[in-house]
Design a protein around this ligand. Structure first.
Ligand code: GLA
Length: 390
C-alpha cells in the first residue's frame, strides 16, 4: 500500500497524485507508489559491457497513483507531459509515434505480461520530478514505478532484479534504446544512504555508505540529450565489435594488457572506446573501496580520470559538461570529486562535495556557467534514497 517517504517533497508528490487520480477517475486510488531516479558516481558506458557501475538512487522520482480495472484497458494520465492522456488495451499494444511517453508504459507492460499473463488493466496517474532528458533516469524511474504499481495491484511475485530486467527489456525491445541494466536496477534496488557497486555480468551487488560529511551535488548543464537519437547505440555497437575481435562475449573479459598488445589490429577509434570501458571498470571497483575508507583523494582522482576518459576516449561529453567539471574541480581540488554522469551528450555532472564546501561550489557554478555557456544551470542537492523494490 501507500509508501512513506523520507522527503517532504515525496509526500507532496504523493498527495498530488492522489488528488489528480480523484479528478481523473472520480474515485480514490487503491495505492500510490514511487520509484527514484539515479545518479551514477562512476562507471559509465560499462553496464552493457558486463562491467561495473557505482550509482545511487536519488530523492527525485516518479509517483504513480493506481487502481485495478475489470477489463484489459490501461488508462494513463501523465501530469507532466504535454499530451496527458493515453488509453490502450493490453491485448493490443503498439508503438505510439505521437505520444512518446506512452511507450514507456506500453513497453513495460508488454514485457511484464510475457511473464505475468494474468494481469488486467489499470487506471494510472503519473507525476514526477526527475528532470527529463537530463541523464538522471526519468524513464527508468517511470518503468520501475509502473512495475511497482502492477506488482502491488495484482500481488505479483516480482523482485527488484526481475523488475529491472523487465524495464530494460522495455527500453531495448520497444522504445529502441539499447541501454544496459544500471538505471532500472538502482531505481529498484538502491539502498538509502548508500551507493551500489553493481556487477552487470551476474547482477550481484555490494552497497557502500556514502560518508556522512559528503553531499551529492548534481548540476544539469541543460544541454538536452536523447539517448535514442544520440550516438548511444553506436557506442554500444563499437564496444561489441571489439569484444568480437577478441572472441569474447563482452569487453569485461578483455584486460588492458590484452587490448594494448593488439593495438595495431584494432581501428584507432574502436581502440579508444574499448580503453575507456576497460579502464572505467577498474575505476568503479577502486572507488567502491575508497568510498568505504572515506579516501577522498583516491575518489577525486578516479572521478577526474573517468571524466577525461569519457571526453577523450569515449567522446560523449560536451563543452558545457567539460566546462562545469573544470570549474568545480578547481574549487574542490583533492577534497572532492566531479565528473559527467550517465550517457553523456549533455545532461548532468555529479560531484561528491564536502558539505562544508557546498555553498562555495554553488557560487562558482552560478557565477560562471551561464556567463561562459549562455545556459542556466540547474543545481540539485541530493540524498541517496531507497529503491522501489528494496
Ligand atoms: C544510460 C543507460 C545506462 C548506461 C548509461 C551510461 O543511462 O540507460 O544503461 O549505459 O547511459 O553509463
Amino acid at each position: 500500500m501507500a509508501q512513506l517517504f523520507p522527503e517532504q517533497q515525496h509526500s507532496a508528490q504523493q498527495k498530488l497524485a492522489q488528488q489528480l487520480f480523484e479528478q481523473q477517475f472520480q474515485r480514490v486510488a487503491e495505492l500510490v507508489c514511487y520509484a527514484p531516479g539515479r545518479v551514477n558516481l562512476i562507471g559509465d558506458h560499462t553496464d552493457y559491457n558486463d562491467g561495473f557501475v557505482l550509482p545511487t538512487a536519488i530523492n527525485y522520482g516518479t509517483t504513480i497513483a493506481a487502481s485495478t480495472r475489470e477489463d484489459n484497458l490501461v488508462k494513463v494520465y501523465a501530469h507532466d507531459c504535454d499530451q496527458q492522456t493515453n488509453e490502450f488495451s493490453l491485448n493490443e499494444i503498439s508503438f505510439d509515434q505521437q505520444m512518446m511517453w506512452s511507450n514507456y508504459v506500453k513497453g513495460t507492460l508488454q514485457a511484464l505480461i510475457k511473464k505475468h499473463h494474468d494481469i488486467k488493466g489499470a487506471n494510472l496517474v503519473v507525476t514526477g520530478n526527475v528532470p527529463q532528458g537530463a541523464g538522471l533516469s526519468s524513464s527508468a524511474s517511470f518503468e520501475i514505478a509502473i512495475l511497482k504499481a502492477f506488482s502491488q495491484l495484482y500481488q505479483l511475485d516480482l523482485d527488484g532484479i526481475s523488475a529491472a530486467l523487465i524495464g530494460q527489456q522495455a527500453e531495448n525491445d520497444f522504445v529502441g534504446c539499447n541501454c544496459g541494466i544500471m538505471d532500472q536496477l538502482i531505481s529498484a534496488m538502491g539502498q538509502q544512504g548508500h551507493a551500489m557497486l553493481l556487477d552487470c555480468k551476474d547482477l550481484s551487488f555490494e552497497d557502500a555508505p556514502i560518508p556522512a560529511n559528503l553531499t551529492l551535488f548534481i548540476v544539469n548543464s541543460n544541454v538536452k540529450r536523447g539517448l535514442v537519437d544520440s550516438e548511444y547505440n553506436l557506442r554500444r555497437e563499437q564496444c561489441e565489435q571489439v569484444a568480437e575481435h577478441f572472441g569474447v562475449s563482452a569487453l569485461r573479459e578483455v584486460s588492458l594488457t590484452q587490448l594494448n598488445a593488439d593495438k595495431e589490429h584494432i581501428d584507432p577509434e574502436l581502440f579508444k572506446r574499448a580503453r575507456h570501458v576497460i579502464s572505467e571498470n577498474a575505476r568503479a571497483v577502486a572507488t567502491l573501496k575508497a568510498l568505504k575508507n572515506n579516501d577522498m583523494a583516491t575518489i577525486s582522482v578516479a572521478m577526474k580520470e573517468s571524466h577525461a576518459s569519457l571526453r577523450d576516449d569515449f567522446e560523449v561529453t560536451t563543452k558545457e559538461l567539460d566546462g562545469l567539471v573544470e570549474m568545480i574541480a578547481k574549487v574542490l581540488g583533492a577534497k572532492g570529486g566531479v565528473r559527467m554522469t550517465g550517457g553523456g551528450f549533455g545532461g548532468c555532472v555529479v560531484a561528491l562535495v564536502p558539505t562544508t564546501m557546498v555553498e562555495q561550489v554553488k557560487d562558482v557554478v552560478e557565477n560562471n556557467y551561464e556567463k561562459e555557456f549562455g545556459l542556466k544551470p540547474s543545481i540539485y542537492i541530493c540524498t541517496a534514497t531507497q529503491g522501489a523494490f528494496r
